[in-house]
Design a protein around this ligand. Structure first.
Ligand SMILES: Cc1ncc(COP(=O)(O)O)c(C=O)c1O
Length: 415
């Protein structure tokens, strides 16, 4: 039967799959070979030549003055907090729907993450909830620009200015995005980017900090290089360790950055077509894209489903069914209150500091994040947005096919 769901043995909507990630070519091979033959594989002395070349180009692309490259997009945030002098006894406000790293990083720096809800339209951190959570101990906010969205940076920068707080933007999903014509990662003290293997600017592993502040850049360089001085006089030591990225990874990032702009534009064009076509499908909405987002880029494109439009089943079942139709997707991160990867109780922090009850998930109120993460959220693979309009048409058809088969979805849910 043509309309039978692939999850129930029918023919998939998109049997041929979508373009794979990562993408590499002869230019990447040449760069890697050059780095290999140079004999300088490590990250010391920091920064190495490929490291410096990538940082300069990436910071310029994103509209920041300085880049600091390191081992991943988790320690980036820990280093940013340490460079700002944030640690024991301080609080850092983070959103309730994000990867564990956003909340882990403050703990690694010795600070308490204070988890607040997201706002319902875009799922960016809720500016009102941020303001309510501020105490005399609050030192920073880490907004996460998840998927295609940018958090309300006008509201957040105003709150930060009013309460004398730092902003560190978690831009792990966000190379290329602009808010009011300005690159994300440049609105606060630091922007943090991930170059982990699934990310859209990748070397397999790696992370970048961007900043406009020269002194903060020097501190961050020092922290990731065992505390060695990076100021022009070579006098200022910090307390640091080795978070350097090797030159082979840095060379690969140079090659990947060359290709990034074209990939971003292709994804954005197809995403706009997708958003148009999505109007035909009740019960699936793209996260609200604020009109102040002036350049669209994304790691995954996030949609919210209404379970009632899919026989009452949650996102996990819809994802399995889409996957079977050849549509690569994922339910995304669980809300921080239910997230197995985020384990504050395994840290000694809750017994070591005052006010640690703020780390008790039972005391959090995250209704929007919990519904989003457990019921509604679907992360659509980026490759779907590099397969032309036909690739999007298949995606739309897969959603429509699922909606025509609510009984089969319910059956899959009861298995
Ligand atoms: C929102 C967010 N922040 C931070 C990270 C951490 O990046 P990394 O894996 O490079 O440590 C990720 C990675 O998935 C992420 O999605």
């Amino acid at each position: 039967m043509k309309d039978q769901l692939a999850i129930a043995g029918g023919t998939p909507v998109r049997a041929q799959g979508y373009p794979e990630w990562p993408v590499h070519d002869e230019a990447d091979e040449a760069l890697l070979l050059e780095a290999l033959r140079s004999g300088r594989w490590g990250g010391y002395p920091e920064p190495g030549p490929y490291n410096a070349r990538f940082c300069e180009a990436f910071a310029a692309f994103q509209g920041s003055k300085h880049g600091i490259l390191m081992v991943n997009g988790t320690v980036t945030m820990e280093v940013a907090l340490k460079a700002l002098g944030i640690g024991w006894g301080d609080e850092v406000i983070v959103p309730g729907l994000t990867f564990a790293a956003t909340a882990y990083a403050p703990m690694a720096a010795g600070a308490l993450p204070v988890v607040v809800d997201i706002e319902p339209k875009s799922w960016g951190i809720d500016a009102e909830a941020v303001e309510e959570a501020i105490t005399p101990r609050t030192k920073a906010i880490i907004p996460v620009h998840a998927g295609q969205i940018v958090c309300d940076m006008d509201a957040l920068t105003a709150i930060a200015a009013k309460h004398n707080l730092h902003i560190i933007e978690d831009c792990a999903h966000s190379p290329g995005k602009q808010w009011r014509g300005r690159g994300v990662g440049s609105f606060g003290a630091f922007g943090s980017f991930s170059h982990q293997s699934s990310k859209i600017l990748t070397a397999g592993e790696g992370g970048s900090l961007l900043t406009d502040n020269e002194e903060l850049a020097q501190k961050a360089h020092s922290i990731i290089d065992c505390g060695r001085p990076k100021d022009p006089a070579g006098e200022v030591y910090t307390f640091g360790c080795n978070y350097r990225l090797g030159e082979l990874h840095a060379a690969l990032l140079c090659g990947q950055l060359e290709k990034f702009n074209a990939q971003m534009l292709e994804r954005a064009e197809n995403a706009r077509y997708f958003m148009e076509r999505l109007k035909e499908i009740d019960g699936v909405r793209a996260l609200h894209l604020d009109e102040r987002v002036t350049r669209l880029s994304f790691y995954r494109f996030i949609v919210a489903i209404t379970p009632e439009a899919f026989g009452g089943v949650p996102n996990s079942i819809v994802c399995n069914a889409l996957d079977a139709e050849g549509i690569g997707c994922w339910v995304g991160y669980e809300p921080m209150s239910k997230y197995p990867l985020f384990q504050p109780k395994l840290s000694r922090l809750p017994v070591a500091v005052q006010y640690a009850d703020r780390l008790d998930p039972r005391k959090w109120s995250l209704p929007v994040a919990e519904r989003a993460g457990l019921v509604e959220q679907i992360y659509l693979d980026e490759g779907m947005f590099r397969a032309g309009r036909a690739g999007i048409d298949h995606l739309i058809e897969a959603f429509a096919k699922l909606q025509r088969n609510p009984d089969a979805l319910r059956k899959a849910a009861n298995k």
